[in-house]
Write a protein that binds this ligand. Sequence first.
Ligand code: NDP
Length: 479
Amino acid sequence: MNIQNYINGQFHNPSSNNWIDNYNPSNGEVYGRIPNSSKDDVENAYIAAKSAFPSWSQTTLEERSRILIKISELLEANSQRFAEAESKDNGKPLSLAKAIDIPRAASNFRFFGNAITQFASESHESIGQDAINYTLKQAIGVVACISPWNLPLYLFTWKIAPAIAAGNCVVAKPSEITPVTAYLLGEICNEAGLPKGVLNIVHGLGTTTGQAIIEHPDIKAISFTGGTATGAHIAKIAAPMFKKLSLELGGKNPNIIFADCDYNDMLETTVRSSFANQGQICLCGSRIFVEASIYETFKTDFIKKVKQLKVGHPSKTSTNIGALVSKPHLEKVMQYINIAKEDNGTILYGGNKVIVKGYENGYYLEPTVIEVSTDECKVNQEEIFGPVVTIMPFNSEDDVLQMANKVKYGLSATLWTNNLKRTMRMSNQLQSGIVWVNTWMLRDLRTPFGGIKNSGIGREGGFEALRFFTEAKNVCIKY
Ligand code: NDP
């Protein structure tokens, strides 16, 4: 499958006619080509977005909302096709793409299609000064949305939907590793009647195409989700140009289990929070801390459950764990498993590549559980972003809090306890943007989403996203 850039409502080959191979992670074969877009392609996308902006930013909220909801409906109507494309491109189980990725992409458009009609601004009466102030929330202009490969359409649309709902025009780049559903989205946008130039999608490498986007002097805001090192690089380029930045970066999230939790619920959810999407979710609870009194029981029960997870071809309904996204990523995750062994970690389960019959060159790995003796070892500190978790016991609330916070990241934390006072104490003190108590990845799209420390700056979700994609202008009238 050859995919093309989507610029000004039309599909184009890259101007240089350079292409990149696209691999199918389930069998390691090249199954298509994607544009290796140059600065010229990014410029064309920018020009299209700039021309569309005056009209789109003045389009009524009802009309914008109607189009966003239409996109959502069309995604739902085409969900099977999109789910198959996502699963093939990323290696994730088709069942997961069907249940999570594509429905969520549709929800993103529906949610922001509705939210924009409720996005109000404040007014302040300056009593005694005969003046009234009101705040305009104006669209910024042309903005950039750059997303990673782990939840391709889910995260791509999580940025695009609020950006266009707020009246901006967008130059967007999906990860070059998983470009297909972003390509298909162009067709849907045309069918839904999104005016040409409002959304422009350029494909290519981060270091060239992405770089041209972030360096563009007239793209005034960048919403980025990806690795922490890339986020730092983008911040360095963007700062001297005073671009608005939203950075959703890596995580190394603690999953803290107290003996007084609902054990079975915790166990089921912990399997999911460890290995969903092959562990390639920034929110996965990759550091499991278990209260010492239930540590041995947990270890036995957890390993028993993990053993039941079936690694297999993503299209099979029996598959729980599909393929990792790429060969380099599989090698990177394997390296961490080796580092764990050198650091005296004990591989309690997994740690090996899996050969799936008929798909011998696919990028499959066993779900892996590593028992560590110290929270300071490398595998407990660095983001692995694969089906690998560490586990270790803790003795007291203070100890576990200290270990949970002693990483450079601060995206999410999960807490399992039925003690209300402890819940309140720990939720206040955990250094992360999100704390889940007795659940994991339960999402309400109105809530602020994002991390602290090296997990990023800014918040997505709800009105936070609409605030990011608008400039607040105060108007003061003396009467
Ligand atoms: P990367 O940082 O490598 O890439 C993210 C995106 O940025 C891709 O589209 C990439 O393009 C692009 N990119 C790379 N270099 C540049 C550049 N110089 N200028 C502009 N764009 C660039 O991350 P991954 O795709 O490997 O994703 C995994 C990471 O994402 C993990 O660290 C994970 O924790 C994080 N993540 C964070 C989430 C959050 O909400 N906090 C959610 C999901 C993931 P290309 O791939 O084509 O090179």
